[in-house]
Design a protein around this ligand. Structure first.
Ligand code: CDP
Ligand code: MG
Length: 732
């Protein structure tokens, strides 16, 4: 079993300790054995071959082209104005020579599959070409991205290239953040956002072109979009549809879109030397750090790209790298460490694209985001530990987890290719050639086949698509997962027995949230506490980045955090208290500092809350406050999260009520020392154990009262009730 250091995009106050805890135990090695963890001390020696043995395996032949000429023209352009330089740069992209040919193909065909290596200019250039050719006169051009960061950074880049202000002609739209205006003609957006736009505009009438970009990523939303855009293309002959992908499995896309022609952009790639380790690495994080430092000390100039699995791992690596380079002082050249992951604040994202100063070297610590969606110039060395974080779903229990999993061969080759974009590159795989050949799958399983489908099913139902089993999926999800989603939506009263959308379901679908969260909000109407509930929902949506816990002030930080837990109110209500206290100080930044709270996260929560308030109005739920009735608030939470209930065991662990499984209260939770008999939790995360995060106490009677179709009395009868009357120990 692989560890799950963090639920995606979330930070946990104990992240570092946990990361290290697991570090000691020994992390994911590729199933097939391990080497002893190497001891790393401060008087670290850079003996490359000694530390990690690499063997050179193969050399990929790059296409022929004139490297010197490119370099030369690049230098010349330095002198020109930034804008002119950008225009020159645009013309040097592999995409550029095919501009007219592409425009002709788009003119001649309604649907086109476009294939070109990462960095060829698909995402940034194609929408501009289409705009220059007049397509935006008939409507906007949408370009979807699987990742928020990609949508934002690409939009920023294109607005620079067009010399316009971001949010005007060129904008982006991601969940809870709409950076577009009346003027917008090129709209970069997450695939999930375009999916939601179908709810308001089922024929996408405001668009003249839809480009489903990064199609090879096969995210859940992209897969659903395929079915929907294929359908509208039939009755909207004026709509142009582009499916673009970085890998060569284009035939599959073409087949799906009724044999749409494939437009190939010839790659311009330099040879990449692939190195493998002689034996599997026991600790890939450590191996990655060691390798980075060794490249830095022993290899010619060129930046390094390291693929890690998530924010916490990246932060750990950043810290260790900083520590070790500091220890080496002026003995080595400057090493600029640039983290990049989905949750990285926008102002810090720009740093990775800044050119590296002369004499220094940049090391980019990235999640999978740098595999295809972002191109960073100047990368010459890639370090690939061979893992990524992947969602997996158990349709039987309905439990979803993010696990660190070996990547596929296709991913490994993508990663290697990132080093050969601007010159010959080197890739260091922290696994063996044997592992690569025999242990890695050829391709990644599409997300639709390994995820909870409740959200998508609710969206499809709201679009009037009822026959889900016969929906035109490129790869259908397991029938079991579809049924599970229907069951959950039925339990939440979003669907009736016939599988039709109910009024509750229609209201739920308006919220861009997981169905359980939307249900919690919709149910708050009954308990007259919608005001409190949307604050809680907003705080939960921000993730685990509310509290921060600096290393040297952990005790203070913990004390500050525990203040919000006075009365053992549970994590949800503690979050509400944080929000309300901040509001009472008139959203003071100073207050956040004093309480070890991340002001950026709070501002985001406020934004999200404002939007949720707007949506409440839209579904005609009054904003009512009921702050003194904590039971009402807890009942609303239970109305959405009753499938996530658990009961205390004698040994201090918990057992989930439906589909029994042993779980624990996360040590950072306010109730970790209290251990109430019955709890409802927001989510499960698997680190060293299966932990419940965001936990609130509940009364077992509520389960039967709120979800009589889901729980019977026997489910909630306390086995120890003979000794203790039911409800004892519950502070009410
Ligand atoms: O989509 P594709 O991978 O084919 O390429 P792209 O994202 O359009 O990138 C084309 C060029 O724009 C690359 O050379 C990138 O370095 C540059 N770019 C950038 O400088 N900043 C961004 N935020 C995005 C792209
Ligand atoms: Mg792209």
């Amino acid at each position: 079993r692989y560890r799950d250091p963090n639920a995606e995009e979330k930070m946990n106050p104990f992240a570092e300790q946990e990361a290290w805890e697991e570090h000691q135990i020994g992390k994911a090695t590729m199933k097939f054995g391990s080497k002893n963890k190497k001891q790393v001390s401060d008087d670290y020696q850079f003996v490359f071959e000694d530390q990690i043995d690499f063997i050179k395996a193969s050399v990929m032949e790059g296409d022929k082209f004139d490297y010197e000429e490119m370099k030369d023209s690049h230098e010349k352009s330095q002198a020109k104005s930034a804008f002119e330089a950008l225009q020159e740069e645009r013309k040097r992209l592999p995409m550029y020579p095919y501009r007219d040919e592409l425009l002709k193909a788009v003119h001649d065909h309604q649907v086109l599959v476009i294939v070109g290596e990462t960095g060829s200019g698909k995402t940034t250039q194609i929408p501009q070409y289409l705009h220059e050719a007049g397509y935006t006169k008939r409507g906007m051009i949408a370009c979807t991205q699987p990742r928020r960061v990609a949508a934002m950074s690409v939009a920023a880049r294109v607005s620079q290239e067009m010399g316009v202000k971001l949010g005007h002609e060129v904008g982006y739209s991601i969940r809870f953040e709409d950076c577009t205006s009346e003027k917008t003609i090129l709209k970069y957006m997450t695939d999930g956002m375009l999916l939601r736009e179908f709810l308001g505009e089922p024929d996408l009438a405001s668009y003249s072109v839809v480009m489903v970009d990064e199609a090879h990523e096969r995210t859940l939303s992209t897969d659903i979009l395929f079915g929907l855009v294929k359908d509208i293309a039939r009755f909207r002959p004026d709509l142009k549809l582009l499916i673009s992908s970085a890998t060569l499995d284009a035939e599959k896309f073409s087949d799906y879109f009724d044999s749409a022609p494939i437009f190939k952009i010839p790659g311009r790639r330099y040879p990449v030397e692939i190195n493998y380790t002689k034996a599997p690495e026991a600790d890939y994080l450590d191996a990655a750090i060691v390798t980075s430092l060794q490249i830095h000390v022993t290899q010619p100039p060129g930046d390094i790209l390291v693929f890690l699995t998530g924010q916490e791992e990246i932060e750990t690596a950043e810290e260790i790298l900083k520590h070790r380079t500091r220890g080496l002082g002026t003995k080595i050249a400057e090493l600029i460490i640039c983290p990049i992951y989905a949750n990285l604040p926008t102002e810090l994202q720009a740093k990775i694209f800044e050119p590296t100063p002369e004499g220094a070297r940049k090391v980019v610590l990235a999640t999978n985001i740098a595999e295809t969606s972002l191109t960073i110039d100047g990368i010459k060395y890639v370090i690939d530990p061979g893992f990524c974080k992947m969602k997996s779903y158990n349709p039987r229990t309905g439990m979803e987890s993010l696990l660190v999993t070996p990547i596929s061969k296709a991913s490994a080759n993508q990663r290697a290719g990132r080093s050969g974009r601007t010159g010959p590159g080197k890739c260091f795989r922290l696994y063996t050639a044997y592992n690569f050949q025999n242990d890695l799958e050829d391709n990644t399983v599409p997300e639709i086949q390994r995820t909870n489908l409740a959200n998508v099913v609710l969206t499809l139902k709201s679009l009037g698509i009822h026959d889900l089993l016969n929906f035109d999926f490129m790869d259908p999800p397991p029938a079991e997962a579809l049924l599970k989603a229907l069951e959950l939506l039925f339990a939440l009263s979003a669907l009736n027995k016939l599988g039709e959308l109910t009024k509750v379901g229609r209201r739920m679908a308006e919220f861009p949230l997981d169905p359980m969260l939307s249900k919690m909000i919709v149910a708050s109407e009954n308990y007259k506490c919608s005001d409190e509930i949307i604050s809680i929902a907003a705080m939960l949506s921000v993730g685990n980045s509310i509290f921060y816990r600096p290393k040297d002030k952990q005790v203070h930080a913990d004390n500050a955090r525990m203040n919000f837990h006075t009365g053992n109110v549970g994590d949800h209500i503690a979050l509400l208290k944080v929000y309300n206290s901040w509001k009472e100080t008139n959203y003071s930044t100073q207050w956040c500092y004093e309480n070890y709270i991340q002001v950026r996260s709070m501002k985001r929560a406020r934004d999200i809350r404002d939007q949720l308030a707007g949506l409440l109005e839209r579904v005609e739920i009054e904003l009512t406050a009921n702050s003194n009735d904590l039971d009402a608030i807890k009942k609303s939470i239970t109305s959405g999260f009753f499938p996530h209930s658990a009961r205390l065991q004698k040994n201090g662990s918990y057992r989930t009520v439906k589909h029994p499984q042993t779980v624990h209260i996360h040590p950072s939770g306010g109730l970790a020392q209290v251990l109430p008999r019955w709890v409802v939790y927001h989510e499960l995360v698997l680190t060293t154990k299966e932990y419940m995060r965001q936990v609130t106490e509940l009364k077992p009677d509520w389960l039967v009262e709120i979800a009589p179709h889901y729980y019977q009395l026997k489910d909630v009868e306390d086995s120890s009730s003979k000794k203790m009357p039911r409800g004892a120990g519950i502070a009410s």
